[in-house]
Structure formats: structure tokens, C-alpha cells
Design a protein around this ligand. Structure first.
Ligand SMILES: NC(=O)C1=CN([C@@H]2O[C@H](COP(=O)(O)OP(=O)(O)OC[C@H]3O[C@@H](n4cnc5c(N)ncnc54)[C@H](OP(=O)(O)O)[C@@H]3O)[C@@H](O)[C@H]2O)C=CC1
Ligand SMILES: O=C(O)CCC(=O)C(=O)O
Length: 424
């Protein structure tokens, strides 16, 4: 039995099922805290809201929204909001749990939370998107707040959406509350460096991992799935470090260039058309061929469940950097590990975004803003130190970096829980 919760039916390959398996794997390394591990298998609170809005044509549409607070033992909930037609409660539960682990892995004073709306935002006008965001914020307003739970951007959400969320929450409480969300525009208390922070963290952890396995970034071949906020920012930094991006995939297509893409040409194309498809500076490929591309580093930076066991057998990379949350199925993870392919797991690899969100929250409270250099230096140090600690645990127990990250993080969460005396 995977779970005895009545409101989800996870499978071994579904996001919550994948998360539960990861918790099971870490349990032997939790010592006396293992007896409390069940707490990690249950979200503290899961809210489902109906979001009715009047569309531009005068009809009324209803969307389903969620906010799940997985664990708040170490501080307020923290995690992004996703707008996607495939969002489900089960997926948001898993994403919220991965936030608990991620925030503890880099030692931020937060619990884990995540939100989402089951909607295709590309089909809405700007006005409809604003109405949807404002209504969602009002509906979840009683469980979020600068000291309760602080949303941020995730797939298909951005600074403008955070600005609407901040404004709606502020109107409802009667005071401007910049600290209620992060990832805001700079004029509204946003932080320099936040937009590119997740990609930067992927690069920094990737650079450290490459050094460990003797992989030279100069000339290294990189393949990137998902060329949105995370994939494009990480890709840019790898190119600056001398690597070449040979394959990119998003919904609009899969493209290949053996010599490496010229990002100065590609980025304007992506901005203008919304995707990499149709870019003239490379060849078109079939989507499935992406997984066979000869590369040294693979960066999944789109959605969950992409690296199946079958694809894992074909991947040629020496290093997989999980920019996305949950991109690798448990069965895929085992194949990668058996083949000696190093995986820097999502719960540390993509923690750069939430780390700079934390900086934003701190800056908002103190109303004193740091320079981009200060932010990047602090971000790099947190990521490098966190990875070092995780690697030491992995070496000590001869376990994967994923299980080691869970070991470090779950221990911190369960100690906090124990010290607070929340147990009978
Ligand atoms: N934003 C952040 O700060 C953080 C994000 N993450 C994670 O990183 C991942 C990407 O997020 P982010 O970059 O913010 O999102 P964006 O919305 O900016 O970009 C998502 C990218 O993934 C592509 N994509 C979506 N579905 C598929 C698919 N099935 N196959 C191929 N490509 C696909 C999209 O293509 P298209 O536009 O064509 O649909 C787009 O290029 C997510 O897993 C997210 O949870 C993790 C930590 C922080
Ligand atoms: O910046 C944040 O608060 C959260 C980002 C996020 O959703 C994630 O790390 O998956």
C-alpha cells in the first residue's frame, strides 16, 4: 500500500507516489527520528478552491485551484504557484512536500507549500489571467501571509502574477504586505537576481558536481528540456562557462545543433514566438530522439516524470541536473544510478530560486535592498555549502545524492518537530 490517505490514489510513477518512495528510502538513515517519519507522508493542510471568473465574451468559467501546506515545523510554508491544465491535487501535494525537503536541505527557515490552478493560461487574455489570479488569491487568502505561507512563481507564473497576488492580499488585509509573495517585480519589493536564481543554482551545483567527476565544462555538450525561466537561465550560464548547448526541447519542438546554439540568436526567437520550435539556427528532431542525443550534461527543466526507466537506459550524459521538480521516476533513478550516471536531485539542484526568494522576504522585512552581486555571492555560498554537506552524507553511507539530500533535510524537519513538542 502506497498511502492510506483517502483523497489521493498515488501510483509508483505518480508524483506523490514518487515522493513517498523517496521518503521510504531515507527512513533507514534517520536513526531515532524514523519513528516519526509518517508525519512526512501526510500534508498538514490541503485546500481546494473553486475559482469562477467572467471571461471576456461574457460567459462564466470555473477553475480548480489548490494550496497545499505540507509541513510548517521549521517556519512558514514556502513554495510556488503553478498554472497548467494538468495540475492536480496529488501533484501539488508532491510539489509541496519536495519544497519541505528543499527548504530544509539548504537550511532556510521555512516549511514547504505549493499551489496551482488547473488552467491553460495561454488560452486566457491578460484581463482574464488577472481576474483568475485575484480570485485565487482571495480564496486562499486566509491560509497565506508573510508569516504563514509565502507563494512565488513556478511554471507559467511570473512577476506580474505575483504583483496581482500581492495587491489582492494587501487590499484584503488593508495594508501593503510585500512579504506575502516573492518573485515580485523590482519596484514592488522584488529582489535583484530572483528571475535567474533557479537557473543559477542549477549551474552552481552542476559546476561543483562536474568538478567532482572530472568533467571539464569547456566544450561540454549540454541538452536542456524546458527552455523557460529555469532551463534558459541555466543554459546561458553553462554557455558562459564554455559549454555548448546541443539540444533543446520544449512544447513547441525539439532542436539540435552539433556545434552548439548561438543563444544571442535563439533567445530573441523564443521571446518572439514563445518557444524554440521553428528556430533556423539548428535542425528539427523528433521529440523522443532528444533522450538519445550525445551529451555530457542533461538538464530536465520542464515537468515531472520525464526520465522513465526506458529513457534512462538511453541517456548518454554523465551528469543529470534536475532543474525541474520531480523529473525522474523512481525506476528511472535506479537505472541512472546502476549505470553510474550522477544525478544532482531537484531538492538541491533547483533550490537557488527559493533561496533568493528567502533573500527577497528578508529584504522586504528590513526595507533594505542588496545589490545583485551581494545576492549572487550569498546564493553561491549557500548552494556550495549545502551540496558539500550532502555529499559528505552520501559518501559516509554510500547512498545517492537524492537519498543523502533527503537524509539531511528530513532530519532537520523531524528534529524541529520533536523540539517543538508536537508529538504526543
Ligand atoms: N521558476 C522557479 O523559480 C522554479 C522552477 N522550478 C521547476 O522548474 C521547472 C520549470 O519551471 P519554469 O522554468 O519556472 O517554468 P516556465 O513556465 O518558465 O517554463 C517551463 C518550460 O517547460 C516547457 N515544457 C512544459 N511541458 C513540457 C513538456 N511536456 N515537454 C517539453 N517541454 C515542456 C515549457 O515549454 P512551453 O512554453 O512550450 O510549454 C517551458 O519551456 C518546473 O518543474 C518547476 O517546478 C524549480 C524551482 C524553482
Ligand atoms: O521561490 C519560491 O518560493 C519557490 C520556488 C518553487 O516553487 C520551487 O523551488 O519549486
Amino acid at each position: 500500500m502506497i498511502s492510506n490517505l483517502s483523497f489521493v490514489t498515488p501510483t509508483p510513477d505518480s508524483p506523490w507516489g514518487t515522493y513517498l518512495m523517496q521518503v521510504d528510502r531515507v527512513t533507514p538513515y534517520l536513526g531515532h527520528l524514523a519513528r516519526w517519519v509518517e508525519t512526512l507522508k501526510r500534508p498538514k493542510r490541503a485546500l481546494i478552491v473553486d475559482i469562477p471568473i467572467e471571461l471576456d465574451d461574457g460567459t462564466v468559467a470555473h477553475y480548480e485551484g489548490y494550496r497545499v501546506q505540507h509541513n510548517m515545523s521549521r517556519g512558514p510554508g514556502k513554495g510556488g504557484v503553478r498554472y497548467h491544465p494538468d495540475v492536480t491535487l496529488e501533484e501539488v501535494m508532491a510539489l509541496s512536500a519536495w519544497m519541505s525537503v528543499k527548504n530544509a536541505a539548504v537550511n532556510l527557515p521555512y516549511g514547504g507549500a505549493k499551489g496551482g490552478i488547473r488552467v491553460d493560461p495561454k488560452k486566457l487574455s491578460n484581463k482574464e489571467l488577472e481576474k483568475l489570479t485575484r480570485r485565487y488569491t482571495s480564496e486562499i487568502g486566509f491560509i497565506i501571509g508573510p508569516q504563514q505561507d509565502i507563494p512565488a512563481p513556478d511554471v507559467n507564473t511570473n512577476g506580474q502574477i505575483m504583483a496581482w497576488m500581492m495587491d489582492t492580499y494587501s487590499m484584503n488585509v488593508g495594508a501593503t504586505a510585500t512579504g506575502v509573495v516573492t518573485g515580485k517585480p523590482i519596484h514592488l519589493g522584488g529582489s535583484l537576481g530572483r528571475v535567474k536564481a533557479t537557473g543559477r543554482g542549477v549551474f552552481v551545483t552542476g559546476r561543483e558536481a562536474a568538478r567532482r567527476i572530472g568533467l571539464d565544462l569547456q566544450g561540454a555538450r549540454v541538452a536542456v528540456q524546458g527552455f523557460g525561466n529555469v532551463g534558459s537561465a541555466a543554459g546561458e550560464l553553462f554557455v558562459q562557462a564554455g559549454a555548448k548547448i546541443v539540444a533543446i526541447q520544449d512544447h513547441s519542438g525539439t532542436i539540435f545543433n552539433d556545434k552548439g546554439f548561438d543563444l544571442a540568436e535563439l533567445m530573441p526567437h523564443v521571446r518572439a514566438t514563445g518557444g524554440v520550435g521553428g528556430f533556423k539556427g539548428g535542425e528539427k528532431m523528433n521529440a523522443e530522439e532528444f533522450w538519445d542525443v550525445k551529451c555530457d550534461i542533461l538538464i530536465p527543466a520542464a515537468l515531472e516524470g520525464q526520465i522513465t526507466a526506458e529513457r534512462a537506459r538511453r541517456i548518454t550524459a554523465k551528469l543529470v541536473l534536475e532543474g525541474a521538480n520531480g523529473p525522474t521516476l523512481g525506476s528511472g533513478d535506479d537505472v541512472l544510478s546502476d549505470r553510474g550516471i550522477l544525478v544532482v536531485p531537484d531538492v538541491i539542484c533547483n533550490a537557488g530560486g527559493v533561496t533568493v526568494s528567502y533573500f527577497e522576504w528578508v529584504q522586504d522585512f528590513s526595507s533594505f535592498f542588496w545589490t545583485e552581486d551581494e545576492i549572487n555571492v550569498r546564493l553561491d555560498k549557500i548552494m556550495v555549502d549545502a551540496l558539500k554537506r550532502i555529499w559528505a552524507v552520501a559518501d559516509e553511507h554510500k547512498i545517492t545524492l537524492r537519498t543523502a539530500t533527503f537524509a539531511v533535510a528530513c532530519e532537520r524537519i523531524l528534529i524541529a518537530r520533536e523540539e517543538r513538542g508536537l508529538y504526543p
